[in-house]
Design a protein around this ligand. Structure first.
Ligand code: CTP
Ligand code: MG
Length: 227
């Protein structure tokens, strides 16, 4: 008998300010290859039949102007990324088995990675994708090197990050606790939940600067021309 694929709720984060990209508007609303950056991920998740709902988190002042769609709920962003996640958790339908949190600044999310992460989170509790770091990483104390970390144990992680819906209430409490979290599964690590690592061949690139926007625009447009 084949097991049923877990049902999924997606939190799509699009509530940052995009300061480093420095456009007049947040980078997720800048047009790339014919549509705003955040729509690349939104349209991707809308096509997946096991996704029951998507909570799209946008800056408060944009919340009223985002087009409403079936399956999509809108939440207002918070000051930090973790505050945006916290606000989205309030809107989630707890009937889904797995929650995926994804940065809309990463337009290259694939079916394959979503599938592997969802199954891993359902089985183990939580899951995170990553790639080996290419540079040697040193810990710096003041102006001096404290130590060199062992590179073969180090991985750069990205999104989507996945966890079982049963941890929702504990996630909410931890995110409001005053502690700073720069990614989602670190909250679960603190709780002692096993976080399965999913090794990816290529980094799921994040758009951070204006140059990244230009590069991805070029890449997606040339892909379109090929098809
Ligand atoms: N994000 C969010 N709410 C915040 C901060 C970030 O939803 N308060 C989202 C961003 O929209 C982005 C993702 O988290 O999709 C990763 O953040 P980052 O790349 O740092 O985007 P920004 O915070 O917008 O950029 P910057 O740090 O340059 O201001
Ligand atoms: Mg940021």
């Amino acid at each position: 008998m084949t097991e049923k694929f877990p049902s999924v709720s997606v939190i799509l984060l699009a509530a940052g300010k995009g300061k480093r990209a420095g456009f007049g508007i947040p980078k997720q609303f800048v047009e790339i290859a014919g549509k705003p950056l955040y729509r690349h991920s939104l349209d991707f998740f809308l096509k997946l039949n096991f996704v029951r709902e998507i909570v799209l988190v946008v800056p408060r002042k944009f919340a009223a102007s985002v087009k409403t769609r079936k399956k999509v709920k809108i939440a207002s962003g918070g000051k930090r990324r973790q505050d945006s996640v916290r606000n989205a958790l309030e809107k989630l339908d707890t009937a889904s088995q797995v929650v995926l949190v994804h940065d809309s600044a990463r337009p290259f999310v694939s079916r394959k990675i979503v599938g592997v992460l969802t199954k891993a989170a359902a089985k183990w509790g939580a899951a995170v994708p990553g790639t080996p770091v290419e540079n040697t990483i040193k810990e710096i104390d003041g102006n001096f090197v404290k130590r060199t970390l062992e590179r073969k144990k180090l991985f750069a992680v990205s999104t989507p990050q996945a966890f079982r819906t049963e941890f929702l209430n504990r996630m909410k409490n931890a995110l409001s606790s005053g502690k700073n979290y720069t990614d989602d599964v670190s909250v679960l690590e603190d709780m002692g939940v096993p976080v399965r690592f999913v090794r990816m061949k290529k980094m799921n690139m994040k758009i951070t600067t204006k140059e990244d926007v230009e590069f991805v625009n070029y890449l997606l447009n040339s892909k379109k021309r090929e098809n």
